[in-house]
Design a protein around this ligand. Structure first.
Ligand code: AMP
Length: 110
């Protein structure tokens, strides 16, 4: 996708340091973090929403999030994984991404 922000980051057109990368996925810090750790785990391919992701991709995204939570030192304290899916969930970027959020107490689901 030409203009998709996460596709552009995946192609290196928008500089954003990768915290993790493999052939399928990459992870970056959210540009507007809501907690000390706020990382996005993103497929390199343009998968619009969770609805289009196969089970293997879903599993890999969660596995990478678990590893990054350990690396960030928040695995024991606890963290939240969020996938906003579609309009009513407030998905702003129509390219699947998993939010890894932690490093402070998180209340409610808002
Ligand atoms: P969502 O509402 O789940 O679609 O969240 C999209 C997230 O992408 C928001 O938390 C944004 O702050 C984040 N975001 C948008 N553009 C960038 C960017 N260039 N680099 C890092 N994060 C971004």
């Amino acid at each position: 996708m030409e203009s998709c922000v996460f596709c552009r980051i995946a192609r290196g057109e928008i500089p954003s340091p990768f915290l993790y990368e493999d052939s399928e996925l990459f992870a970056i810090r959210d540009i507007k973090p809501i907690a000390p750790t706020h990382i996005l785990i993103i497929p390199k391919a343009h998968v619009p929403t969770l609805g289009e992701a196969d089970v293997s991709l879903q599993g890999r995204m969660i596995e990478v999030a678990r590893e990054l939570a350990k690396k960030e030192g928040i695995a024991e304290r606890g963290y939240r994984l969020v996938v906003n899916t579609g309009r009513e969930a407030g998905q702003e970027v129509p390219h699947l991404h998993l939010h890894l959020i932690g490093g402070r107490p998180l209340r409610g689901l808002g």
